[in-house]
Design a protein around this ligand. Structure first.
Ligand code: GLN
Length: 492
């Protein structure tokens, strides 16, 4: 079969179970596509072909033996931020270019237990800091819809592999939008779960109170399959929640669209940098949801102006603390011929970290320093609480909140946005992380350059099922999610 890459996760699951094709055939098909097409997309940092075929054969044996799960034999790509035993885990950094993880992240282990086949590890902004994937030590990944544009970031590799059909779905992480924004830029569906729904164990830490892993795929249905594997309590992550996991696939039609109250925050649609085409596509998608029975309710989110400054204090503060472990001594990059221990620390970190990471360490260290801690960090934590309360007040009135995922479509590679300009692009995604809420991005059309636009739906705590269900029903009534970039149409 030459078009296995066009099948949805459900179709792959059924095809494998019904012996229409084997996991080996499917895995070889993807490996062939990667070999042929990834020279253009540049999404994989590491392709684990040999190991993938061993896993595929094991999956085929499990299917024959009747011990398979719904996903046994289905290939996946992991963001290179998830630790993978015996395989390089770089976090897109020179600092970890030589790091072979001795253990699996819980998400990776859950995938193995479910029988998923790992195709490899995919590119990302260095330590997940960025919105373009250009800050990676391995160079920029290309947007499959327009190869001279970025796929977004930081999970840009995860988005690019799915959009180019170089993997059927992928894992991502989202500290301030890194699942939703690349999903939006690449015409995919991406879910950032409630903080604590998915284990962070074995995920290279960026900002621990914000980081959360989730699925990136073509549709809400595909995401639901992966959420069934990823979600759940983990004794190894003390911030993971011991709360029953729903069956996200079974619940895909469980939320009634009729009467669903969708909040439209006035402030969000008056943001200065909001692109006209993005605004138009988002409004059209809301009209469609209205046709399907939803009720649009105008709401206020008064803290909108505080999102960017608050996030860009808290995230760098936590990053500066988390990244202090890279000292050139224990693991990772080490500078050559150090004169003394201080020189070793200094040069290992100056040579091992890229510019954006160094910038954030400086900002974060400053915000946490004795003289400024109260004025910046503590103040930001107080504003963070006000942002959360703003959302909770809104959820007394509405069931979900709608917003653009990003103010623009994908940027041109090398558009050399200055850092502050780039931070402003995170306005619609970062408050969700500050509040710990779940949110989903779904494709709702294209701009004048045929670049995808995303609609974001933000839910109350633990409403992943509801978000997936709303998007699933929207996707049953529309076909934006099944549009494919030209490169995805190419056969290997
Ligand atoms: N663009 C945001 C940042 O650079 C979000 C990144 C993320 O979610 N990992 O911090």
């Amino acid at each position: 079969m030459t078009d296995l890459h066009r099948l949805s996760i459900r179709e792959l699951s059924e095809g494998l179970a019904g012996a229409k094709f084997s996991s080996r055939e499917l895995t070889e098909h993807y490996l062939k596509r990667i070999a042929k097409l990834d020279t253009q997309v540049k999404s994989y940092v590491t392709v684990t072909a040999e190991q993938a075929l061993v896993q595929a054969d094991a999956a085929d044996a499990a299917i024959k033996a009747g011990t398979a799960t719904a996903l046994t034999g289905v290939p996946i790509a992991h963001k290179d931020i998830f630790c993978t035993q015996g395989i390089k885990t770089s976090a897109g950094s020179k600092m970890l270019d030589n790091f072979i993880s001795p253990y699996d992240a819980t998400v990776v282990a859950q995938g193995k237990t479910a029988g998923l086949v790992t195709l490899g590890k995919v590119n990302m902004d260095e330590f997940a800091m960025g919105s373009t994937s250009e800050s990676s030590f391995y160079g920029a990944t290309k947007n499959p819809w327009a190869l001279d544009h970025v796929p977004g970031g930081s999970s840009g590799g995860s988005a690019a592999v799915v959009a180019a059909d170089l993997a059927p779905f992928a894992t991502g992480t989202d500290t301030g939008g890194s699942i939703r924004q690349p999903a939006s830029f690449c015409g995919l569906t991406g879910l950032k779960p409630t903080y604590g729904r998915v284990s962070r164990y074995g995920i290279i830490a960026y900002a621990s109170s914000l980081d959360q892993a989730g699925p990136m795929a073509r549709s809400a249905e595909d995401c639901a399959y992966l959420m069934n594997v990823m979600a759940g309590h983990d004794a190894k992550d003390s911030t993971s929640m011991d709360k029953a996991v729903e069956d996200y696939v079974a619940n895909l039609n469980a939320t009634a669209l009729k009467g669903l109250r969708i909040g439209i925050p006035k402030q969000y649609f008056n943001v200065a940098g909001l692109d006209a085409a993005v605004k138009a596509r988002v409004e059209e998608s809301l009209k469609k949801l209205e046709e399907l029975g939803a009720v649009l309710v105008e709401i206020d989110l008064n803290m909108t102006e505080s999102y960017v400054p608050t996030y860009y204090l808290i995230a760098p503060a936590e990053a500066s603390s988390n990244l202090s472990r890279y000292d050139g001594v224990r693991y990772g990059y080490r500078a050559e011929n150090p004169q003394d221990i201080l020189d070793l620390y200094k040069r290992s970190r100056s040579e091992g970290f890229g510019a954006e990471v160094q910038r954030r360490i400086l900002i974060g260290t400053y915000a946490l320093s004795a003289g400024y801690y109260d004025a910046y960090y503590v103040k930001a934590q107080k504003v963070r609480r006000l942002i959360q309360q703003d959302f909770l007040k809104a959820f007394e009135q509405v069931d979900v909140i709608a917003a653009p995922t990003a103010p623009t479509t994908a940027y041109k590679i090398g558009a050399s946005l200055d850092p502050v300009e780039m931070y402003l692009g995170d306005i619609y995604t970062i408050a969700v992380n500050l509040a710990g809420l779940p949110a989903i991005s779904a494709p709702v059309g294209f701009d004048q350059d045929n670049l995808p636009v995303g609609l974001q739906l933000i839910g109350n705590y633990w409403s992943e099922s509801q978000l997936l269900s709303v998007v699933h029903q929207y996707q049953q009534a529309t076909d934006w999610h099944s549009k494919r970039a030209a490169i995805a149409e190419e056969n290997a």
